[in-house]
Ligand binder design. Structure first.
Ligand SMILES: [Zn+2]
Length: 379
């Protein structure tokens, strides 16, 4: 039975991407389709419910918006590599390997074409994704897009050097996560991705961001820079806190300021926002502009344009708390996103989240005594 497999890292497919031909009627139909679903999401419904309600008078839209994605920026999805193990590796040598570039064929098969050039010509290789192995590799192989792998390396090692990563360990933490249907890993890829991972990849209108190249984001840096310079909303100082004689009373008040500062710095953004609302003490600590400048850097490691941005050096009148809140909102991956400047980084942020789950397992596994060679049955 034919079926699709999905990238082990980002959860998106390797084929079957459909982009609608541009036409006024089609775009209007698409707009109504997405608007209805955005309203449903806001009302707390799930999208499956909308389709089941049955008042749909129009044919379903099953393609991406040509104004948001084009073949040039989704071609990256078709190029795949895989991580597998080679049981014939010499003792002591790394067993896990990364294949050359190939493509997803069907029924779980990943193919690397024959190569005749170079010193060592090679015949075609066929691997079995998430499955029971093939002649080429005895265990399942994990297929991925190259740039997703680059994001993963960056999350784990802080650099883009593949040699800094232990592939055996990576393979051993990823394979137990294979899902029941053998089409992806059990990771939080996001609702829009989970919905699209059917027997075949479904091009859900309104979820174009997940097919957008996560690294190739040429307009992003200027967009951020421009807003830092001219968006007056981001310049106004935060409202002064009127204590009205209240004394902040919380366990944090008994700790040295630097410790409280460090605790706040380590919290995820949502937790910090909640804590600052609940605790007057934390609220006071986080009034500091420098705090937010540092927090923004720490909380958004996937936003490397931000680390390099010029405004980090020049802007004296920028309110970093507002800047953080604004960027946090603008770059959050969500259904219906259509801002070309932001969809790429939103996808990167989503993938980074998945990579953090893997990085966590990877670092725990590195600390454990090494697992002796794994054996895979051949069928
Ligand atoms: Zn991917």
């Amino acid at each position: 039975m034919a079926f699709d497999c999905y990238c082990a890292i980002c959860g998106v497919g390797f084929c079957g991407m459909h982009i609608e031909a541009p036409s006024e009627t089609a775009l209007e139909r698409r707009r109504r389709w997405i608007e209805k679903r955005c309203r449903a999401l806001q009302a707390g419904k799930d999208l499956g419910q909308v389709s089941r309600e049955g008042d749909e008078t129009e044919d379903p839209v099953r393609s991406y918006d040509p104004r948001i994605v084009g073949w040039d920026n989704i071609s990256w999805l078709y190029k795949a590599h895989c991580l597998g193990v080679n049981e014939n590796a010499e003792t002591g040598a790394t067993k896990a390997f990364i294949s050359d570039e190939g493509y997803y064929a069907d029924i779980g098969e990943f193919v690397v074409k024959a190569r005749s050039d170079g010193d060592r010509p090679r015949s075609q290789q066929v691997f079995s994704c998430y499955g029971h192995g093939s002649e080429e590799a005895p265990g399942p192989v994990l297929p991925f897009h190259w740039c997703c792998f680059e994001i993963l390396i960056r999350t784990i090692t802080g650099s883009t050097e593949i040699k800094n990563i232990n592939l055996d360990v990576l393979y051993s933490v990823m394979t137990p996560l294979c899902n029941m249907s053998g089409s992806a890993l059990q990771l939080s890829y996001g609702d829009d991705i989970q919905r699209a991972q059917g027997r075949y990849w479904e091009c859900i209108p309104g979820a174009e961001y997940c097919a957008t190249h996560p690294m190739d984001t040429p307009q992003l840096e200027d967009f951020v820079q421009e807003n830092a310079e001219t968006n007056s909303e981001l310049k106004t100082p935060s409202a002064e806190l009127d204590l009205r004689g209240r004394e902040p009373a919380s366990p944090f008040g008994r700790l040295p300021l630097e410790i409280v500062y460090q605790i706040c710095m380590l919290l995820p953004g949502d937790s910090l926002k909640a804590l600052a609302q609940a605790s007057l003490n934390i609220h006071i600590v986080t009034q500091d502009n420098l705090f937010w400048k540092q927090f923004m850097q720490r909380d958004m490691p996937w936003f490397w344009e931000l680390q390099a941005a010029k405004f980090q050096k020049v802007s004296h009148d920028l309110n970093y708390k507002k800047m953080y809140m604004w960027l946090d909102k603008m770059t959050a991956p969500r259904y219906g996103m259509d801002d070309l400047k932001l969809i790429g980084v939103a996808n990167r942020r989503r993938i980074w989240g998945v990579c953090e789950e893997l990085a966590d397992r990877y670092s725990k596994s590195l600390k454990q005594p090494s697992v002796s060679s794994m054996q895979w049955g051949s069928g």
